[in-house]
Design a protein around this ligand. Structure first.
Ligand code: ZN
Length: 321
């Protein structure tokens, strides 16, 4: 049974203490109840400061350890409000708005929070697409009016969309440093499960996917730069790419700096993949649920030993700019 607040009044009333927030996270993280990871005892004792102590072996745990809330110096009450704010912003939350709403002293704290939340929005390695998947890359951001010409202010975004009959299933988006084969392969492995069918245009960077365990169908365009033909060839990724661009232009006048783009792409993805749940409370529930289910993921496992990734797996927060 999904249990979430229906309104801001309900949120404020229900989550007014740290204890209430911790209880909620506890239920999301251990829906079947807590079992000691060391000795398997289900009998725990909870301290007033939110620690769990196993009655069998005295092992200690906490509901926030290993999640995005680990080591936070701010109250969970504030975090809950941040999450409520973020999921309520149809066009994406900005660090300024988070700072404003919560009365945070510093912009960089707000920015850090958004970055932590994005780790819960799209969970690297956990939410990989499968089945039949369209892929293409597109340019976004940078000043308006130089589309397709000056690309140094633009970012390359890799777009993946599941085919769900004629419709779009789930999507994944990633800012990529370049469109070389090696880079594309690495990101595709992070976005799509092996065994899936990947459909692309004839770009050589997508070559070699069969060797990675995918079934790859490449359909070359007869004429290069034929946008209409490209859109017919891969209609889902083109639709998603245009929605992302329109969203970025509308909300941020296109002025999203490349290092900020990752957050917005993940937020767009989170929202898009849950576009059928219209309720704010439900998104709140889902985001907190994913926030406490996160486990630290070995860096090399995901990025194949490379230092460059769009996901900040180590939890290191980027420069606040
Ligand atoms: Zn134990």
């Amino acid at each position: 049974m999904e249990d979430y607040p229906r309104s801001i009044v309900e949120l404020e009333r229900r989550f007014s203490t740290e204890e209430a927030c911790r209880d909620y996270l506890f239920a999301l993280r251990w829906p079947e109840g807590f079992v000691c990871p060391r000795c398997g005892t289900a009998d725990v004792w909870r301290t007033t400061r939110g620690r769990l102590v196993c009655r069998g072996c005295r092992h200690q745990a906490s509901v926030t350890a290993g999640t995005i809330f680990q080591d936070t110096h701010k109250p969970l009450v504030l975090w809950f409000r941040a999450v409520w704010h973020v999921v309520g912003q149809k066009n994406g939350a900005s660090a300024v708005s988070v700072q404003d709403i919560l009365g945070l002293g510093s912009y960089s704290t707000a920015w850090t929070w958004l970055h932590k939340l994005r780790r819960a929005m799209v969970r690297p390695g956990r939410d990989r697409l499968r089945g039949r998947v369209e892929m293409d890359e597109t340019f976004v951001g940078g000043p308006e009016g130089d589309v397709g010409r000056r690309t140094e202010h633009k970012s390359i975004v890799l777009v993946a969309a599941e085919e769900a009959g004629q419709a779009i299933g789930r999507i994944r988006l990633a800012r990529i440093p370049d469109a070389r084969k090696k880079t594309l392969h690495r990101f595709i492995q992070n976005m799509v499960e092996t065994g899936s069918n990947i459909h692309t245009d004839g770009f050589s960077g997508y070559g070699g996917l069969d060797a990675l365990g995918y079934t790859h169908k490449a359909t070359p365009l007869l004429r290069e730069k034929d946008e209409a033909a490209a859109a017919r060839l891969l209609p889902r990724v083109h639709r998603v790419a245009s929605l992302v661009k329109r969203w970025l232009l509308g909300t941020h006048q296109g002025a999203v700096r490349p290092e900020h783009l990752d957050y917005y792409l993940d937020e767009f993805t989170f929202r898009f993949n849950r576009r059928t749940s219209r309720s704010r409370g439900k998104l709140f529930y889902r985001l907190l649920q994913q926030a406490v289910q996160i486990e630290p993921v070995p860096y090399n496992w995901l990025v194949g030993g490379s230092h460059n990734t769009n996901h900040n797996l180590l939890g290191v927060v980027e420069s606040t700019g």
